[in-house]
Design a protein around this ligand. Structure first.
Ligand code: TRP
Length: 341
C-alpha cells in the first residue's frame, strides 16, 4: 500500500490556510486510500526563536486539532516527532550526504534568514539544516507520497535527491518519495495582505483566521478583509487579489468553482457575508470536536503514545539499515542473557 507522510510544525496556531490547503484532505482522502502517518513536527519549531512553554502548548493543540479534523487513529498513525528518536538519528546521517550548497539554495531558508538578519537577530544553524531533518522525517518511514503545500515542494525535491544519492553510494536503503498536491489546491492568502499566504507563524491576527476562532471573530476578520479598488467581483489574482482570495475561500468551503462564483456576485459586501458564513460552517464541527477532545486529555495522550510506538516500529529497521550501510560499526549485542539466567 502507498505510504503517505506529512507534518505540521507547531510554530503557531493552525489556520484556515493549513486546513483548506492540506489538513482537510488528509482526513477526507489520504487516510482512506493509503497507509498514512501524520506528525506534529515539534523539533522543527526550534529552528527559530521560541518559547518552550508555547511550543509545548501548541504541539498538544496541533495533535488535538489533527484528531478534531477527522483524522482517525484507527486508520492512520498520529504522533509527535520528538517522541520517535529515529528522526533525529537519521538526520545526522543525511547531513553527511547533503551538501552545504544545497542547504543555502533553499528559498525558504534564504527568505527567513534574510528577515532574521534584517531584524538584527541571529540565524540558528538548525534553520539551515532543517530540510535535512525534514528529509529524515520522510525517508525514515519509507514514504511514497508527501502531501504538502506548494512552498514545501523544494524541500521534498531535496529529500528525493538525498534518498537517491544515499542509495547510489551506499546501496539501496530508502524509498525515493514524491510530493503530491491536491488537484484543486486551495491557496488561502492573508486577508489583510492577499499577496502573501495565510501563514501561522506570522501571528498578525487580523488577516488570519485560526481554526479555533469564535464565529463572531471569523465574521469580523472576513468582514474587514482588504478588497480591491474597483467594484466588480472578478476572479483575477493579479488585479483583484483580495476579492480573488475570498472567492477561493468560499469555493473551497462550498465545493464551488471560484471563477463561476465570481459571476454570481455584484457586491463585495455580499461576497464577504457568504464567505464568512461558509467558513463558520466549515469550522464548526472542528471546533466542536476539539472541545470534546480537550475534555478528555487522556484519550489524546493515549493516541500519541500508540502513534509513537507504531512510528518507531516503522522507522527503526530503515534507520538501522542506513547506519549499517553508511559504514557504522553495528553495536555489539549483549551476550545471550537469557541463556545465562
Ligand atoms: N516543513 C513543513 C512545513 O513547514 C513541515 C514538515 C516537517 C513536513 N517535516 C515534514 C511536511 C515532512 C511533510 C513531510 O510545513
Amino acid at each position: 500500500m502507498t505510504r503517505v507522510f506529512s507534518g505540521i510544525k507547531p510554530t503557531g496556531h493552525l489556520t484556515l490556510g493549513n486546513y483548506l490547503g492540506a489538513m482537510r484532505r488528509w482526513a477526507t482522502v489520504d487516510q482512506h486510500r493509503a497507509e498514512a502517518l501524520f506528525c506534529v513536527v515539534d523539533l522543527h519549531a526550534l529552528t527559530v526563536d521560541h518559547d518552550p512553554a508555547r511550543v509545548r502548548r501548541v504541539s498538544r493543540q496541533a495533535a488535538t486539532l489533527l484528531l478534531a479534523t477527522g483524522i482517525d487513529p484507527g486508520l492512520c498513525t498520529v504522533f509527535v516527532q520528538s517522541h520517535v528518536d529515529e528522526h533525529a538519528r537519521l538526520s545526522y546521517l543525511l547531513e553527511c550526504v547533503a551538501t552545504d550548497g544545497e542547504m543555502r539554495r533553499m528559498v525558504q531558508y534564504r527568505e527567513k534568514a534574510a528577515r532574521e538578519r534584517d531584524r538584527g537577530g541571529s540565524v540558528r544553524l538548525s534553520l539551515l539544516t532543517y530540510p535535512v531533518l525534514m528529509a529524515a522525517d520522510i525517508l525514515a518511514h519509507r514514504t511514497d507520497e508527501v502531501p504538502v503545500g506548494d512552498d514545501q515542494r523544494q524541500h521534498v525535491e531535496l529529500a528525493r535527491d538525498i534518498a537517491a544519492r544515499f542509495n547510489q553510494r551506499y546501496g539501496h536503503t530508502f524509498v525515493v518519495p514524491r510530493a503530491t498536491h491536491p488537484e484543486v489546491a486551495a491557496r488561502v492568502m492573508n486577508l489583510q495582505e492577499p499577496s502573501s499566504k495565510m501563514g501561522k507563524s506570522d501571528d498578525s491576527g487580523p488577516g488570519i483566521v485560526y481554526l479555533l476562532d469564535e464565529p463572531d471573530v471569523v465574521r469580523r476578520k472576513i468582514g474587514r478583509a482588504v478588497t480591491d479598488s474597483g467594484q466588480d467581483v472578478r476572479h483575477d489574482r493579479e488585479e483583484r487579489p483580495g476579492v480573488t482570495n475570498l472567492l477561493e475561500i468560499l469555493a473551497a468551503c462550498t465545493g464551488g468553482d471560484p471563477e463561476a462564483l465570481a459571476g454570481t456576485y455584484s457586491s463585495y459586501g455580499a461576497l464577504k457575508k457568504d464567505t464568512a458564513d461558509a467558513v463558520v460552517e466549515v469550522l464548526r464541527p472542528v471546533r466542536d470536536r476539539h472541545r470534546e477532545l480537550c475534555a478528555d486529555p487522556s484519550y489524546v495522550e493515549g493516541v500519541l503514545r500508540d502513534g509513537a510506538a507504531r512510528a518507531r516500529a516503522v522507522a527503526r529497521p530503515t534507520v538501522d539499515a542506513a547506519y549499517r550501510a553508511i559504514g557504522l560499526l553495528p553495536p555489539v549485542p549483549e551476550p545471550a542473557l537469557n541463556a545465562a539466567r
